[in-house]
Design a protein around this ligand. Structure first.
Ligand code: GRF
Length: 204
């Protein structure tokens, strides 16, 4: 009997290359998950098209249809429940997640961020890293808590900052690592190997 697969939701606002990496990991058997639903706050997000191509439900939820962020998250939550979602992965999701989702999915929402957190949270992390003059940057997969990019860290990967770098090549170098570690982190969760103790995530 095949083991039950992890029911995964992805929330994405844009191009969705991390979603694509997750889809490919599923299709190649490296990630034991079913893409239960992809939800976007942007009607035109290429991420939705990527989900449809994979045969996964793709849902646009209009933020303007709800009065505030909590009500919007409640609408998302309805879909997550309907689709029996066990883990939520944010992948280029440009909205701040509220308590409504965090309380419903404690330590069951992941995010990927293009810096070595806690350095350079927030927007334009690659440019922030360049402006600071760091010699090494990278990406971080973490659980989502109320603070922006502040939750317990699951996995990180480093990339060098090269002489003469601009944000674009640095972003590309980091993105390659994002596409590697995000599916890996989700697979660790799928295998039940992650436990959270305070700020620390232990990997069995
Ligand atoms: C990635 O750099 C991710 O780290 C950040 O937003 C970007 C999303 O890219 N959170 P994509 O939509 O997955 O291509």
């Amino acid at each position: 009997m095949p083991e039950k697969k992890l029911r995964l939701a992805v929330l994405a606002s844009g191009r969705g290359t991390n979603l694509q990496a997750i889809i490919e990991a599923i299709e190649k058997g490296r990630l034991d998950a079913t893409l239960a639903v992809v939800i976007s706050n942007k009607a035109e997000a290429p991420a939705l098209e990527r989900a449809r191509k994979h045969g996964a439900p793709a849902v646009f939820l209009d933020p303007k249809a709800t009065p505030d962020r909590e009500a919007y998250d409640a609408a998302i939550l309805e879909y997550l429940k309907k689709c029996e979602v066990e883990l939520v992965a944010l992948a280029g999701y440009m909205k701040i997640v509220t308590r409504v989702l965090i309380d419903a999915y404690p330590n069951r929402i992941m995010n990927i961020h293009p810096s070595l957190l806690p350095a350079f949270p927030g927007l334009k992390a690659q440019q922030q890293a360049l402006d600071w003059g760091v010699k090494v940057s990278g990406c971080t997969v973490h659980f989502v808590t109320e603070g922006v990019d502040a939750g317990p860290i699951i996995r990180q990967a480093t990339v060098p900052v090269l002489e003469g770098d601009t944000a674009e090549p640095l972003e590309a170098r980091i993105l390659t690592e994002e596409h590697r570690i995000y599916p890996e982190a989700i697979q660790l969760f799928a295998e039940g190997r992650l436990t959270v103790q305070g700020r620390r995530v232990h990997i069995r």
